[in-house]
Write a protein that binds this ligand. Structure first.
Ligand SMILES: Nc1ncnc2c1ncn2[C@@H]1O[C@H](COP(=O)(O)OP(=O)(O)OP(=O)(O)O)[C@@H](O)[C@H]1O
Length: 254
């Protein structure tokens, strides 16, 4: 067999021993993870396992108590503007201004990310078309359905073509048609080189779109390994074993 001498894919995101306490209790402890360009990582764990806390730290919305985050090789905590440029974040509850229209949201998000003029107009047109938001463009966010709000949040996260997409339960409130469209969108982003972290409670989403899965339990990493699209049962076994028993095995390197 010919040895594979190709260089490893470049690491985009590196978490090194990240810890954060919330309300006086450990929410995330000593978390280390790496993510390469074009990779889709599923983040699983039971309620309260630390997924949203982890994603908030990665998105730059919450500072870790200790540990290091590197984005594109740079210390992200010392350069918070990196988060605005390189990351698109869909939080668990996308914060929207009810009195702004869908189009105005996209403009505001674009400006926050440094887009303006023709670049902003072009990005807005592209994302409205891609997420089929044309019929909603002039509608106020305050009158959108939950699923429509989620799609607007996704559009805001994608508008500036981030290198890293951080999605916290993105399938929440989406109908089955939109869930299928979301899967296609995530794979499309990965094929274009975007790294994606996807927190979800839906194991089927992980099997369908993720290359790798990390499972948290009580704030610590209990599993980090590849996802086998043809073996959903293996993912279920690993997930439930960790959910029920904590972790009988040390975390595996991907
Ligand atoms: N606003 C908050 N104030 C205080 N503690 C919080 C807050 N939000 C979360 N926590 C605590 O931090 C820990 C991790 O919670 P986190 O929301 O990160 O978990 P999660 O895996 O995203 O859960 P879920 O699946 O329910 O969304 C939990 O112990 C939780 O009680």
């Amino acid at each position: 067999m010919t040895p594979n001498h190709s260089a490893p894919a470049p690491v985009l995101l590196q978490l090194d021993r990240l810890s954060r306490r919330r309300a006086g209790r450990p929410a995330v402890t000593d978390l280390s993870l790496r993510l390469e360009r074009g990779q889709v990582l599923g983040l699983l764990g039971v309620n309260g396992a630390g997924k949203s806390t982890t994603l908030s730290m990665i998105a730059g919305a919450m500072r870790p108590d200790s540990g290091c985050i590197k984005l594109n090789g740079s210390d992200f905590l010392e350069q918070p503007e990196l988060a605005r440029q390189l990351i698109g974040w869909l939080p668990e509850r996308a914060p929207l201004w009810p009195e702004l229209t869908v189009g105005e949201h996209l403009d505001a998000h674009g400006r926050l990310r440094g887009l303006g003029g023709a670049a902003l107009r072009e990005a807005r047109v592209a994302i409205i078309e891609r997420l089929e938001l044309q019929p909603l463009a002039r509608r106020l966010a305050g009158v959108l359905s939950q699923g429509q709000r989620q799609r607007l949040g996704l559009a805001c996260a994608l508008l500036h073509r981030p290198a890293l997409l951080v999605l916290d339960e993105p399938a929440n409130a989406l109908d089955p048609v939109q869930v299928a469209a979301l899967r296609t969108l995530i794979r499309e982003q990965a094929a274009a080189g975007t790294a994606v972290i996807l927190s979800t409670h839906l194991l089927a989403e992980v099997t369908a779109v993720c290359d790798r899965v990390a499972i948290l339990h009580e704030g610590t990493l209990r599993h980090d390994g590849p996802v086998h699209a043809d073996d959903h049962a293996a993912l279920e076994r690993t997930f439930f074993e960790i959910a029920m028993n904590g972790n009988p095995q040390p975390a595996q390197a991907a």
